[in-house]
Design a binder for this molecule. Sequence first.
Ligand SMILES: NC(=O)c1ccc[n+]([C@@H]2O[C@H](COP(=O)([O-])OP(=O)(O)OC[C@H]3O[C@@H](n4cnc5c(N)ncnc54)[C@H](O)[C@@H]3O)[C@@H](O)[C@H]2O)c1
Length: 380
Amino acid sequence: MKKKLNVGLIGYGFMGRTHSNAYCKVNHFFDLPYEPVLQVVCGLEENEAKAFAEQWGYQSYTTDWHKVIEDDNVDIVDICVPNNVHAEIAIAAAKAGKAICCEKPLALNGAQAETMVKAVEDAGVPNLVSFNYRRVPAVTLAKQLIDKGRLGRIFHYRANFLQDWTISTKVPQGGMATWRLDVKAAGSGVTGDLLAHCIDTAMWHNGAITSVCAMTETFVKERMHVETGKVEPVGIDDACTFLCRFDNGSLGNFESTRYARGHKALYTFEINGEKASIAWDLHDLHRLSYFDYSDDSIVRGWRSVHVTDSDMPYMDKWWVPGLQIGYEHTFVHQVADFLENLAKDKPTSPNFRDALATQYVCDAVLTSAKNKKWETVKKS
Ligand SMILES: NC(=O)c1ccc[n+]([C@@H]2O[C@H](COP(=O)([O-])OP(=O)(O)OC[C@H]3O[C@@H](n4cnc5c(N)ncnc54)[C@H](O)[C@@H]3O)[C@@H](O)[C@H]2O)c1
């Protein structure tokens, strides 16, 4: 018999669905000592919370997140709400002794993230931040190749995350559908929303980022606010580009925008080392592009590795070689790793402290853009 772990999910939107799907599937594919049970779901609208509970099989629902924390039956609190609500829920959950999975970015800024790290470390509760792209098999394979020294010394890391959904001036800010455009709810624009993913993956692959030089732009400076009905100044960054230095001496180049017409979610990275290079593209997520300088020169070139063989990360848990998996599986992998480590009393990365390091880079990026000069990144 597997030990049951009761999940209290807070937020039934986009991420609430990906996390619920992961809890439902994980035991079918991974042999784990624990079985997650969908205990209670919480969200702002009662009808929607009820419908979500029925659709996904949660045993109960509520519109008050405090009830999830107070529920002695809940073992894992899973935070899938807008960024400005993460801290108070996570701190309360830590005090109640719950294991916590929190969506990214961890907090609105580094100072707030510090209070969350202190809360989970003081309470000694397991904690995880949902930077799920680490768990795309091709992205994990890139990490393994780097750790094996296949790239040698790394010179360059460049990453982009491009979207185009806020170009219209008619898109409002605030409210449930467009909280990402309201600085009070989101903390920042593309820096915390999109670049945080790129920064997390980059530091996992290539070590700490020590200094940054950034520029940001807010192309649409006023938008109607859903809650007030008034046209109000926009406080988020619509686009951000930054250069950085890594602790290992390599150089980084990052760009994110919601104004790249034609791109919906184009997350790409390329890493250039002395012996080899790697490139990856979210739109073709099961492939890893790899160039190995040690290949015989007459056949040397970029190869496209189809990351589906059973000796590749996570792939022995899915279908047969040649058959690929997709976006939702990254969340299944995340839950599987979290539950496996829980059983072994081991931490799972990225934890709150890892996410604090990402938050410090985001802070330094925004400060650099404001001050128009290089900024040193605080150490976590
Ligand atoms: N890992 C990823 O790739 C990824 C992708 C999208 C979003 N996110 C993150 O996930 C979080 C949620 O984003 P989303 O896209 O799922 O948002 P969403 O707007 O789809 O859903 C937000 C949910 O939060 C609930 N909510 C809001 N305030 C609440 C409160 N005070 N109490 C209880 N419930 C509340 C709403 O009812 C809704 O169900 C954000 O932090 C976001 O940055 C991460």
